[in-house]
Design a protein around this ligand. Structure first.
Ligand SMILES: NC(=O)c1ccc[n+]([C@@H]2O[C@H](COP(=O)([O-])OP(=O)(O)OC[C@H]3O[C@@H](n4cnc5c(N)ncnc54)[C@H](O)[C@@H]3O)[C@@H](O)[C@H]2O)c1
Ligand SMILES: [Zn+2]
Ligand SMILES: [Zn+2]
Length: 345
């Protein structure tokens, strides 16, 4: 089969690889029908995630059709249409039992990280019963690709950890797919104000159509002063970091109101400064989270019912043969206006 293989920092190649096989009774193999690229894949290629071994197939998002199942898989059978969660969960370990699937002792974020991922014709899914979700007949499969990672990530790490409430003020720093997913799902809670911060004018314009109440281009103006002005000098109840660099974490910290919450979503490759000399008396909370995908069943219902329309994030389509061009396009979003790219084997 064809697969996109990580070859070390800055290097990747479309290669011919053997088909995955069932290795444990709880495994399934899935024929990928659609996959995509995540900001985290770009972090891996930058060398920010050193535990990815050269030779690993990239990708942790996608939908497909079950090809084979191990003897202990009871929920799925060959031919079933499935959504692949970016987080593998055994459902039984101490962490899974408390809903922290991201820290599953034999799972967590392993796809396209510690084991071969989804940017291929086929993938092996461990703990298939609890790591795949059935796709209801007649659903827009492309919309569901947004449920593998970005919708639960924006919602769990940003909106839930940030405790967005009706009438609150929210700022989301980073208007990439994850920041936009946080913007979409924050509106389930009716905050009064959602300020989007980015340096990419196109992404800010998209954020406006997705319900942002104010836009700040931090390339053109001081984002902290701008957010303070928009909130009568108070700052925001929730600041969501959706980039993953020290500069944007600093913005989130500087704009949080007394009693507010900083919800970090970004994958950080470098240390950041924490200004406790200012924040110690500010009654704030700082949260971090690797997405657990515990909200996937709920989000699936909101997407199937048309309450959320994450397909609006899809800007480009490629075949797996064109995966290099797909990375070029996704990696040069300022020029290409790319948000999510769909890749079809
Ligand atoms: N915590 C988790 O479980 C989890 C899961 C998935 C992704 N992530 C992380 O979330 C982050 C966002 O993902 P994405 O796919 O949207 O990434 P992305 O790279 O597409 O988007 C990042 C956005 O940040 C903007 N940006 C860059 N520098 C900026 C600056 N100085 N000021 C303001 N904006 C700036 C970019 O223009 C871009 O729009 C990444 O770090 C990704 O690795 C975390
Ligand atoms: Zn991801
Ligand atoms: Zn587990």
């Amino acid at each position: 089969m064809k697969a996109l293989v990580y070859r070390g920092p800055g290097q990747k190649a479309l290669e011919e690889r053997p088909m995955p096989v069932i290795a444990a009774a709880t495994d399934a193999t899935v024929r990928i029908t659609r996959t995509t690229i995540c900001g985290t894949d770009l972090h891996i290629l930058k060398g920010d995630v050193p535990d990815v071994a050269p030779g690993t197939i990239l990708g942790h998002e996608g939908v497909g059709v079950v090809e084979q199942v191990g003897g202990a898989v009871s929920t799925f059978k060959p031919g079933d249409a499935v959504l692949i969660s970016c987080i593998t969960s055994c459902g039984k370990c101490e962490y899974c039992r408390k809903g922290m699937y991201s820290h599953c002792t034999t799972g967590g974020w392993i796809l396209g990280h510690l084991i071969d991922g989804t940017q291929a014709e086929y993938v092996r899914i461990a703990h298939a019963d609890t790591s795949l979700y059935p796709i209801p007949a007649g659903t827009d499969e492309e919309a569901l690709v947004m449920l593998s990672d970005i919708l639960p990530t924006g919602f769990e790490c940003g909106v839930l950890n940030g405790q967005v409430q009706p009438g609150n003020t929210v700022a989301i720093v980073g208007s990439g797919p994850i920041g936009l997913a946080a913007l979409m799902t924050a509106q389930l809670y009716s905050p009064a104000q959602i300020i989007m911060v980015d340096v990419n004018e196109n992404r800010l314009a998209v954020a406006k159509t997705f319900g942002a109440t104010a836009l700040v281009n931090s390339g053109n103006e001081d984002p902290v002063a701008a957010v303070m002005k928009l909130t009568d000098g108070k700052g925001v109840d929730t600041s969501i970091e959706a980039v993953g660099i020290p500069a944007t974490y600093s913005i989130c910290e500087a704009i949080v109101a007394a009693g507010g919450r900083i919800a970090n979503v970004g994958v950080h490759g470098h240390k950041v400064d924490l200004h406790l000399e200012r924040l110690w008396s500010h009654n704030i909370a700082l949260t971090t989270r690797l997405v657990d995908t515990v909200t996937t069943p709920m989000l699936l219902k909101t997407v199937v019912s048309g309450k959320l329309l994450p397909q609006q994030l899809i800007t480009h389509h490629f075949t797996l043969d064109q995966v290099m061009a797909a990375y070029e396009t996704f990696g040069n979003a300022a020029l290409t206006k790319a948000l999510k790219v769909i890749i079809r084997p």
